[in-house]
Design a protein around this ligand. Structure first.
Ligand SMILES: Cc1cc2nc3c(=O)[nH]c(=O)nc-3n(C[C@H](O)[C@H](O)[C@H](O)COP(=O)(O)OP(=O)(O)OC[C@H]3O[C@@H](n4cnc5c(N)ncnc54)[C@H](O)[C@@H]3O)c2cc1C
Length: 168
């Protein structure tokens, strides 16, 4: 099984990625760990004309404590959450849940942002986000001013459909 033809970009900065997303809109898809998107492409269930590979944007990965809250970057791999001491000590439910995501190969490549964006309601992080009332921050295209924080409960409206709307 092979995907349909697509163009490929691998921006090195968040600004460059946002420019590409704004320029190509619905024609393109973000490529994170590829654990869900690539199989969909191979089955021809997804046929993006262009992939924006964000694996080279180091600033998108990382786990930080911010004023007593845990902040996890979109490109943080599941394995890094699984092995994080901060998570183990302060967020034991997340530490427990993340180990149930697929198997180690999946967790080595799969990302927190990819799981959230893919929005499979059966995913461990979907359940954890609801239980922990976690909030997400999204940057749609170039419109940084539309960044927002919203709880996850109104996200999973349809299976594998992540509802992102401009801030009112
Ligand atoms: C064999 C197998 C078993 C699995 N088992 C489980 C399991 O038990 N539990 C579980 O929770 N998951 C499971 N998964 C899914 C896995 O967790 C995926 O890693 C995850 O769903 C998607 O993360 P990814 O980084 O691979 O995203 P990708 O596959 O790269 O992308 C998925 C979607 O999200 C979009 N996207 C990705 N990152 C961003 C971003 N930063 N901004 C905007 N859009 C973005 C992509 O455009 C695409 O539409 C499994 C996958 C496989 C292949």
């Amino acid at each position: 099984m092979k995907p349909a033809l697509f163009e490929y970009d691998d921006p090195a900065t968040l600004d460059a990625a946002l420019d590409l997303l704004a320029r190509y809109g619905d024609e393109c898809k973000v490529l994170a760990g590829g654990q869900s998107l690539v199989p969909l492409m191979n089955f021809r269930l997804a046929r993006p004309g262009r992939l924006i590979d964000i694996n080279g944007i180091d600033s998108l990965a990382g786990i930080k404590l911010e004023g007593g809250s845990l902040s996890i970057g979109a490109m943080t791999r599941h394995v890094d959450v699984e092995r994080s001491e901060e998570v183990a000590h302060g967020w034991p439910l997340l530490a427990e849940a993340i180990g149930w995501v697929g198997h180690s190969q999946i967790r080595n490549r799969g990302t927190v942002g990819g799981s959230v964006a893919h929005a499979d309601p059966a995913a461990e992080l979907a359940g954890h986000r609801l239980a922990a009332r976690a909030v997400g921050r999204a940057l749609p295209g170039q419109r940084r001013h539309a960044c927002r924080r919203r709880p996850p409960c109104d996200r999973h409206r349809r299976h594998c459909h992540f509802g992102v709307q401009p801030r009112r």
